[in-house]
Design a protein around this ligand. Structure first.
Ligand code: NAD
Length: 247
């Protein structure tokens, strides 16, 4: 069955001026990145919620780093898919645009999206646990674990936001400011259970924005979405871009 994009949705896309896109792990699934909540998200016997926490890191930094090294080795060779590329096309099309991604995989950056906030950080960056200095480590394997700071010798941690930690204030403020003033929001591949990002579609809706959801299944967002498209982001997003460029 071929996917049908409603004409009214294409009209809304054409009229929109200030567009916000929110992405979660589902947009990277077709590139081969495992989501947290699917069965592929398991590593050894652990669930992500047991490893991506400050407590787990304090207890056993080597174990947490082994998991991140495993995730790095999985993600390193992967490429952006047509959904990431469609997000980049929208970044170029709209005068006012912001991508808010919960993903840490760096694939949006690889796809060339410019106006974006990585609210949960980036797996390719490390942060010194003593000085807070952030640096890039775009390599598959970090060698001996846990890695240490070249300057001060303290343990490095991944520069990502763990469960129970707050989002970086600047990223959060930029996101909330844009969400409150956008006229159209597209929410792609997020199970919409991790706050505060899960609340953004409600804020946008309350302020009068059109909310479009693209997901493989229904989520808590579905009930407030003006358009809910159930299917693969890599198939649906290019159709939206095609509709947008249609005369
Ligand atoms: P999630 O794993 O909770 O949910 C993934 C969602 O994507 C589900 O709702 C699923 O139905 C949907 N989905 C799966 N395949 C899809 C496809 N092809 N097209 C459209 N939708 C699809 O992910 P989440 O909501 O982002 O929350 C998990 C948290 O874990 C995030 O905070 C994120 O930081 C982190 N995480 C990041 C990555 C990554 O960087 N790629 C991967 C796993 C988890």
């Amino acid at each position: 069955m071929s996917l049908q994009i409603p004409d009214t949705l294409i009209e809304r896309l054409k009229e929109a001026q200030r567009v916000c896109i929110i992405t979660g792990a589902g947009i990277s699934a077709e590139s081969g990145v495992p989501t947290f909540r699917g069965k592929d998200g398991l590593w050894r016997q652990y669930r992500a919620e047991e490893l991506a926490t400050p407590q787990a890191f304090a207890r056993d930094p080597k174990l947490v780093w082994e998991w991140y090294n495993w995730r790095r080795s999985l993600i390193y060779p992967l490429k952006p898919n047509p959904a990431h590329e469609a997000v980049t096309a929208m970044d170029s099309h709209y005068p006012d645009f912001l991508l808010i991604t919960q993903n840490v995989d760096g694939l949006h950056r690889k796809a060339g999206t410019r106006r974006m906030v990585e609210v949960h950080g980036n797996i390719w960056r490390v942060r010194c646990t003593r000085e807070g200095t952030i640096s890039e480590r775009i390599q598959q394997d970090l060698g001996e674990l846990p890695p240490v700071c070249e300057k001060c010798g303290a343990i490095l941690r991944p520069d990502v936001v763990w469960f129970g930690e707050s989002l970086p204030l600047e990223a959060l403020n930029r996101s909330i400011g844009f969400v409150s003033a956008c006229d159209l929001m597209i929410v792609i591949g997020t199970s919409a259970v991790v706050y505060p990002v899960a609340g953004f579609p409600w804020t946008a809706k309350q302020k009068g924005a059109t909310v479009i959801e693209i997901n493989a299944e229904q989520t808590p967002i579905t009930e407030i979405a003006d358009y809910s498209m159930i299917g693969k982001a890599g198939e649906i997003m290019p159709l939206l871009v095609k509709g947008l460029s249609r005369k």
